[in-house]
Design a protein around this ligand. Sequence first.
Ligand code: NOJ
Length: 751
Amino acid sequence: MRHILCVVLCVTSAILSTCTTSAQRPEGKQSARAVGMEHAVDSILAGLTLQEKIGQLVQYTGGWSTGPTGRSINQEQRTNIKEGMVGSLLNVYGSTVTRDLQRIAVEESRARIPLVFGLDVIHGFKTTFPIPLAEAATWDASAVELSARVSAAEASSSGIHWTFAPMVDIARDPRWGRIAEGSGEDPYLGSVMAAARVRGFQGRDLADPSAIMACAKHYAAYGGAEGGRDYNTVDISEMTLRDVYLPPFKAALDAGAGTFMASFNEIGGVPSSGSHFLLTTILRNEWKFEGFVVSDWNSIGELVQHGTAATPADAAEQAVNAGVDMDMESRCYRDHLQSLVEQGRVSKATLDASVRRVLRMKYRLGLFIDPYRASTPEREAQVHRSAGNVMAARAIARKAIVLLKNEGNVLPLARTLKTVAVIGPLAHNHADPVGPWAGPTDTNYVVTLLEAVREAIPAARVLFARGCGIDGTDTTGIAEAVAVARQAEVVLLGAGESRAMSGEAGSRSSLELPGRQGDLIRAVAATGKPVVLVLMNGRPLALSREEGQVPAILEAWFLGHETGHAITDVVFGYHTPTGRLPVSFPRVTGQVPIYYNHKNTGRPANDSVHFTSRYIDVPSSPLYPFGFGLTYTSFAYSDLTVITPKVKATDTIAVQISLKNTGTRASEEVVQLYVRDEVGSVTRPVRELKAYKRIHLEPGQLTRVSLALPAADLAFTGIDNQPHVEPGMFTVYVGPNAAEGIEGRFEVAGP
Ligand code: NOJ
């Protein structure tokens, strides 16, 4: 009891002092708050038995399972909480149930240390937002931050303290289903989004009851799975690891992420959950991370399947010595840490360091002051799906839509239309638009495309036919769809994937539209009616077959509850589309991995030269490049000036261009700046995104746009695996996507 009293006093004084959300200890003098925290943590630790210390590192699931063995909170687990053998629970939410379990921890256990409740709050809690890939398509960090903020407020009211998000894995192979959960293929955009989400989840102070702790996952390079097959082997160079896969993790850390999750995969023979290099050398020694690391689900136990551990005890030894602090579900720590410490295979200092990290984050969450963190049924009722939250979901959903094609300006549609056909397996579907990892969503709240069209143009006749399923071979409904299309002035055709076709273990070998949807599109297009293809999916699709059939294509991803509203906002011109692709769209599956920031090779692809790096049966370019997205107006780029043609490695490069809205509608352009390091000590990508800016212009308006690029951002990993900014010439491109733009050059001078 004594140490609890001390904790309360320390916490109270800490809250009155300065606050920081960083999981990195500030350099030099510690803040009063940090000193208070260290004092409290030391005092708690000193009072714990070995078993209780291990308990802090153990996390169980309740409710549902993402692994082969599902478990729910049972009497044994309640007893374990009482015995101080559990530090955290996942998949348990709701203020009543979490309060009940927390009460056991803080009133009935000897050490009275509160539990930390974790959950995959990935894109919403009760209000379902667009999937993260879709949110990344907004290229709008403040909108993404708001989405995470709303999710945090909702989840925290239900007793959740910690989300296993953001997923910051770079994904260059869209066969990998988990591409839906991340921000796409680019390290720069991925870093911007990672930081925005951390800020949104954690707010300004983790102790605020509406904040939840973030977890940057899956550390590291989980998205590099060979062939895009989930959980598969990753074999990449340290340069690629550092330059492509790690930057979003570093950005999450710099934004203050309280925790990291060790990934399932191996990298070059070393599983991440046993990788001292990743978890200690880079994360703690180089980056000075002071939060804690949780394993992925049973990823410690899986060290045995990986073949680096002979037994679960070996697995526990490897993981804790590598730097995994908390064991999600494998039971390896629970069952073996005590004897490992007693045998000296794990030192007391290592164990204490892990426990300390967990206690620090509990402290920073304010759990020692209010273990329930103001979660109540009343707060849940007030916050869940509040009008403001639903409005925020609609606002970001419409920004996430990417206009891929708009021949003859079919879009926006006139609001005076008399007859509209809404067709397709995703056109009136409440289940799939929530996408994967939608947590405790209620799919009844999904506004379908059909419902929203009826709402948007109430005077019109709106006809509906499903046509075919998402999957399967049944084509019997296509005739009805064709008949419906014939009666209409225009067709909105909702096609794509089911929510189960992406997300964890949702890898696909084909990126083409599944089932008979291609047949449906062909048959409906053959009526000669203008067809707007509205795609709902969790990954880039290979659309070569459909692209030529229809005049307009909208990539709407999985937009969550406000799906229909967001789409009709765009379709009827209430919102002019501003989304941009966060990932390249291939022409055919066989082109993947295809990403814009590839290397040049010694024989760069040239479709008219045989002996070059290409396929002979498909053009080398993607169908839609990274950064691509049309608007309802047009923009002209001209007059690129490099204001600083020669800079030092410590300077900032300044570039200006002229941008004119040459169309008839006001809109926003996402002006993108890419660079190419012309000659390096190691090969460099053909282009790398380094900055972007959103510019709003009225029709006919001309402006000068200034972009700044710190030369330090040109650093890359050299042959010595150290970062370098090398002197030499760089090409800079400014344009609307990774395949276009006007260019200039600048030089980084030698020292
Ligand atoms: C396994 C997934 O890989 C991870 O992302 C998730 O956070 C955990 N399961 C917990 O649900």
